[in-house]
Design a protein around this ligand. Structure first.
Ligand code: ADP
Length: 230
């Protein structure tokens, strides 16, 4: 028996005004899989990621997480699911500038009502793991791009999410730093058994994934033996 995919998009369509961003996107992601979504700029990659993560609601089609319909779920339930089961890494880290690095990492735990001392203690454990020892008290303006992105990784992983969604996580970094961040993301996700969906235009980032798909004109195509099939 084949395992149920952790994430599934079926015939997903979504337009922004007159612009169709997704035109029947189909995708199934297996539990524990590291999947790279590639494709030209404007092809619909981010829109697909946001639909899979329950941030955007498609106009047509279905999105499922662990068999549950995300697209028809009330917003409050989706928001709780995003908080408890998903982690997010964005291109520019998007740390809260007023908070210290360790407070940023603790934030998802605090939002899930973990007591402050326990949340900070759990957050601190990530600093050693991600080579960030000593940076706990810094604010985002006092971190390098690579350090800030590692803090963002810790924040995405601290709740032990089922799925980490990463939108161009290395896009603002030089290639060596980007590679380190991606290696850390893949290694920590594998350790925790988390699924990773990463949108990237960098082949080196995609090379870290178990599988690549390409989005073109709002449709997902699989990459098979170097050629494209729909
Ligand atoms: P990619 O991530 O592949 O660069 P996107 O998913 O961001 O592509 O965008 C797909 C299409 O939808 C593009 O034509 C883009 O301009 C449009 N689009 C995306 N988000 C918005 C938005 N919030 N408002 C209007 N148009 C949007």
């Amino acid at each position: 028996m084949s395992a149920e995919p952790v994430l599934e998009a079926r015939g997903v369509t979504l337009s922004f005004g007159p612009t169709p961003a997704l035109r029947g996107a189909e995708l199934a992601v297996q539990r524990g899989e590291i999947l790279a979504i590639m494709g030209p700029s404007g092809s619909g990659k981010s829109t697909l990621l946001h639909c899979l993560a329950g941030i955007l609601t498609p106009e047509g089609g279905e999105v499922r997480f662990a068999g549950q319909r995300l697209d028809t779920m009330p917003e409050q339930a989706r928001s709780a699911l995003r908080r408890d089961r998903f982690g997010f890494v964005f291109q520019f880290g998007q740390l809260v500038p007023e908070l210290t690095a360790v407070e940023n990492v603790a934030l998802p735990l605090l939002l899930a009502r973990t007591k402050r001392a326990a949340a900070l203690a759990q957050a601190r454990e990530w600093f050693g793991r991600l080579g960030l020892d000593g940076l706990e008290g810094r604010r985002s303006g006092e971190l390098s791009g690579g350090q800030a992105q590692r803090v963002a990784l810790a924040r995405a992983l601290v709740t032990r999410p089922d799925v980490v969604f990463a939108d161009e996580p290395t896009g603002a970094l030089d290639s060596l730093t980007g590679e380190q961040v991606m290696d850390l993301l893949v290694a920590t996700a594998r350790e925790q058994g988390a699924t990773v969906v990463v949108v990237t235009h960098e082949p080196r980032v995609a090379a870290c994934a178990d599988r690549e798909v390409v989005v073109r004109d709002g449709v997902v195509r699989s990459l098979v033996g170097g050629g494209l099939s729909s």
